[in-house]
Design a protein around this ligand. Structure first.
Ligand code: KIV
Length: 279
């Protein structure tokens, strides 16, 4: 499916008309489920660093690893808007580096746009990527790639100065050409104010009910990542427990000789078997 048949600007048209539903997914099968469930867009998030690769944070994931996940999702969800996350140090060095790596997520990863974390400091970078013809999803509030500087992953925008900065950053990122804005862990009423001030849609995660859309991670929705259970996640399935139960049953059945049954096995002509035995 040609990339240009799906446009991030279709999301922009939904603002004020219908809620936008996004999901973070990383592989072929989960992308297929997301497409069949009718998600408005899939983010191939750098949270893959933790959820898929088992790192304690998002810093170690590389461009090469992100590209593999983007390609898998593009094969599983060819008809869904796909946004590739720019990993740590793939865009911070210079606008040239940012354009080059954003281009790789489009050319090699078959994404329709890229996500960049950060506020004022990434405005020139967002502008450069957009100028190169690549749509950008901006991301402010809690930005895990800046967690060293922010002192962790705490809710942002509770005090006047931080709230004002977030509002001004949102406006600056819109002006730089971002097609939408993720608000992560921001108080609900601040998200409402930012949503009202922007022409582009806001997508919330831990940002309350007033944003133009929501995003959650596939593995969190399905209960497959028990290490972290943030307050803002709604768990729709006890995936980890269900998978574990299935594997325990498989183990027990093999040990007890209950699996495989005849219906899982292949037959050989008895005459051939007889010949083999007597050979
Ligand atoms: O990497 C990711 O999955 C994200 C979302 C949580 C917004 O950045």
């Amino acid at each position: 499916m040609s990339l240009f048949k799906i446009s991030p600007w279709d999301l922009v048209k939904k603002k004020g008309v219908e809620k936008i539903v996004g999901i973070t997914a990383y592989d072929y099968i989960s992308a297929r489920v997301c497409e069949e469930a009718g998600m408005d867009f899939i983010l191939i998030g750098d949270s893959a660093s933790m959820v898929i690769l088992g790192h304690p944070d998002t810093f170690p994931i590389t461009m090469e690893e992100m590209l593999v996940f983007c390609q898998a999702v593009s094969r599983g969800a060819p008809n869904t808007l796909r946004i590739g996350d720019m990993p740590f140090m793939s865009y911070q060095i210079s606008p040239e580096q940012a354009i080059y790596n954003a281009g790789r997520l489009v050319k090699e990863g078959r994404c329709h746009g890229v996500k960049v974390e950060g506020g004022f400091e990434v405005v020139p970078i967002v502008r450069s990527i957009v100028k190169a013809g690549i749509p950008v999803l901006a991301h402010i509030g809690v930005t895990p790639q800046r967690s060293m500087e922010l002192g962790g992953l705490k809710v942002r925008g509770k005090d006047f100065d931080t709230a004002k900065t977030l509002l001004e950053e949102a406006l600056a990122l819109e002006e730089a050409g971002a097609f939408a804005l993720i608000l992560e862990c921001v108080p609900s009423e601040l998200s409402r104010l930012i949503t009202e001030k922007l022409k582009i849609p806001t997508i919330g995660i831990g940002a309350g009910p007033f944003t133009d859309g929501q995003i959650l991670v596939f593995h969190d929705i399905c209960g497959l990542y028990p290490e972290m259970r943030p307050k803002f996640v709604k768990n729709y399935l006890k995936g980890f427990e269900l998978f574990k139960e299935a594997l325990e049953t498989y183990k027990r059945e093999v040990k007890e000789g209950l699996f495989p049954e005849e219906k899982h096995s292949f037959k050989i002509n008895p005459e051939i078997l007889e010949r083999l035995k007597n050979d």
